[in-house]
Design a protein around this ligand. Structure first.
Ligand SMILES: [Zn+2]
Length: 459
C-alpha cells in the first residue's frame, strides 16, 4: 500500500470525524409533524408539561409550577442523574395559547451546565381539521457536528410517532428499533461486510474483517461491563459501521475515577482475553491445528493493535481520558502523555513500522486532539476528584494493559516473521499490506461521540 493511499484513507477518516463531531453547523431547526386521529384536547393534555397526561411516555415523572402564573415549571425526568436520582429541569413556557401551542426553553438542569441549553428552543403547535389533530414539534439549537444533530432529529421523530400511537391507542411507546439488539447485530454484520474490501475480497479477507468486528465488539463490551460495575442500571452499545462502536451508560459520569475506569476497561477487558488467545494459538499450533493457531494469532494481533490504538494518550482516546483524570496538573499531564506516546513510537519502530507512517499517524493524532478539544458536554457540578491511591491503581492498570497488548502484538509479528521465513508452521494470514491498511483504518477511526444528552459515552 503506497503512502499516498494511506494518506488518503487517513484524510477521509479525519474529514468524516470532523463532520460528525466537530464541524460548526450554526443554528439548525428540526421539525417533526404528525396527524393524530384524536381530539386536540387529548393531545394537548399530553404535550403541555402541566397537563394531566404529561407522563404519557414515562419520561416526565413530575411537574410543578414555580410561582403563580405557570410560566416556569420544575420537571422531574425519568433519566437518572449522577447520583442515581431523577434529573430535574426547570423550563420556561412562553407564548402560551392554551390548547393550541407554546414555546419552551430550558433554564436549568440538575445534570448539565446551563451553557448546554443556552441556544435550545422548542415550539409545540396543535391544529385540528375534521377531527384529526395536526401536531408539529420544532426544535432549534446551535450544533457542532452532524452526529448530535442526527441524534436529536431521530429522537424528535420517535417522540412525535410515539405520541400519535399513545393518543390513538393508549399504548405506551416501546424501545427504539435502532437500539434493539437485533438491529445492532445487523450493524455488526453490515460493518463486517463494509470492511471486507479493505482486506481484499477473498475468504481470508472476510475472516480478517470478522476479526476486526469481533475486536470492536469486545472493546465496547469492556466499557459496558465497567459501566455496570460502576452501578449504571441501563447500558447500551451502538455499532457504527466502519467507524467502530460506542458504549452509552445509564446516567452521566459522577467521578473522575469512574471516567478513567470506564475508559480503561475498553482495552482492560481484552487484556484478560489476549493472553488466553496467545496461549490457545501456541497449543493449537503445537498440536498441528495450524489454521486454528493462525486464526487465534490474528485475533490476538487485531485485539492488541486496536486496543493499543485506543490507549494513545491524546484527548478523545481512552488513553487520553485515563491520563486526564489521574494527572493533577498540566505539567504532569504533558509529561505522562509524552512518556506514553514515546512508548508507542518505540513499539511502532520495534515492530518494524515505516518511520514515515509513524510520523504521519502521530501528526494525525495531534490534529485530531486539536479538532475535537473542548467538545465534551460539561456537567453542572465538577466531577468528584480522584484520590492518590486510586490514581496510582489506575496508572498501574494502564501500564499493565499497555504491556499486555504490546507483548501480544510483538509476539504476533514474531510469529508472522517466522512464518514468512518458513521456519514456523503457523499459517499467518496477515500480509504487510493488510497491516498498513489496518494501521490507517483503526488509527483514525476511533472517536467518541457525545450522542446521549449528557449521558456517559465511551467509544
Ligand atoms: Zn474505547
Amino acid at each position: 500500500m503506497s503512502a499516498i493511499v494511506i494518506a488518503a484513507v487517513i484524510g477521509v477518516n479525519l474529514g468524516l470525524i470532523f463532520l460528525l463531531l466537530a464541524a460548526p453547523l450554526g443554528r439548525r431547526r428540526l421539525v417533526a409533524s404528525v396527524s393524530i386521529d384524536a381530539g386536540m384536547e387529548r393531545v394537548w393534555n399530553a404535550v403541555w408539561p402541566l397537563g394531566p397526561d404529561a407522563g404519557w411516555s414515562g419520561e416526565i415523572l413530575s411537574a410543578e409550577p414555580i410561582g403563580e402564573e405557570n410560566a416556569r415549571v420544575r420537571i422531574g425526568l425519568s433519566h437518572e442523574g449522577r447520583d442515581g436520582k431523577p434529573i430535574e429541569r426547570t423550563v420556561r413556557l412562553e407564548a402560551v395559547r392554551p390548547g393550541e401551542g407554546f414555546c419552551l426553553r430550558v433554564e436549568s438542569d440538575s445534570a448539565l451546565d446551563d451553557v448546554f441549553w443556552e441556544n435550545f428552543r422548542e415550539r409545540i403547535e396543535l391544529s385540528e381539521r375534521d377531527g384529526v389533530t395536526r401536531l408539529s414539534l420544532t426544535q432549534s439549537d446551535r450544533y457542532r457536528g452532524l452526529a448530535f444533530l442526527a441524534f436529536r432529529y431521530f429522537r424528535l421523530r420517535r417522540h412525535a410517532r410515539g405520541l400519535k400511537r399513545w393518543a390513538e391507542t393508549g399504548r405506551k411507546p416501546v424501545g427504539g428499533l435502532f437500539e434493539h439488539p437485533v438491529t445492532q447485530l445487523g450493524f455488526a454484520v453490515l460493518s463486517t461486510f463494509l470492511l471486507w474490501p479493505f482486506f481484499g475480497l477473498t475468504v481470508q479477507g472476510f475472516v480478517l474483517s470478522s476479526c476486526l468486528t469481533l475486536t470492536v465488539a469486545l472493546h465496547e463490551l469492556g466499557h459496558l461491563a465497567a459501566f455496570r460495575l460502576m452501578g449504571h442500571k441501563k447500558v447500551r452499545m451502538i455499532f457504527v459501521p466502519i467507524l467502530g462502536g460506542i458504549a452509552i451508560g445509564g446516567r452521566p459520569y459522577d467521578s473522575r475515577f469512574e471516567v478513567a475506569f470506564v475508559a480503561l476497561m475498553g482495552a482492560g477487558f481484552s487484556a484478560f482475553l489476549v493472553p488466553v488467545a496467545v496461549l490457545a494459538s501456541t497449543v493449537a499450533g503445537a498440536a498441528g491445528y495450524y489454521y486454528a493457531a493462525a486464526l487465534l494469532a490474528v485475533l490476538a494481533a487485531f485485539i492488541a493493535f486496536f486496543n493499543l490504538a485506543n490507549l494513545i494518550p491524546v484527548w478523545r482516546f481512552d488513553g487520553g481520558q485515563v491520563l486526564r483524570q489521574i494527572c493533577g496538573g498540566k505539567f504532569s499531564l504533558a509529561l505522562a502523555a509524552f512518556t506514553v506516546l514515546g512508548a508507542f513510537l518505540w513499539l511502532g519502530l520495534f515492530a518494524g513500522f515505516d518511520p514515515g507512517i509513524i510520523l504521519v499517524v502521530g501528526a494525525v493524532f495531534a490534529v485530531l486532539s486539536l479538532l475535537t478539544a473542548g467538545g465534551a458536554v460539561r456537567p453542572r457540578h465538577a466531577l468528584k476528584s480522584v484520590g492518590r491511591l486510586e490514581a496510582l491503581a489506575l496508572g498501574a492498570a494502564l501500564v499493565a494493559t499497555f504491556v499486555i497488548h504490546a507483548s501480544a502484538l510483538l509476539w504476533a509479528w514474531d510469529e508472522y516473521r517466522r512464518y514468512r521465513s518458513g521456519r514456523a508452521p503457523v499459517v499467518a494470514v496477515v500480509s504487510v499490506a493488510d497491516r498498513d491498511t489496518l494501521a490507517a483504518r483503526v488509527g483514525a477511526a476511533h472517536e467518541r461521540a457525545v450522542l446521549a444528552e449528557g449521558n456517559a459515552v465511551q467509544a
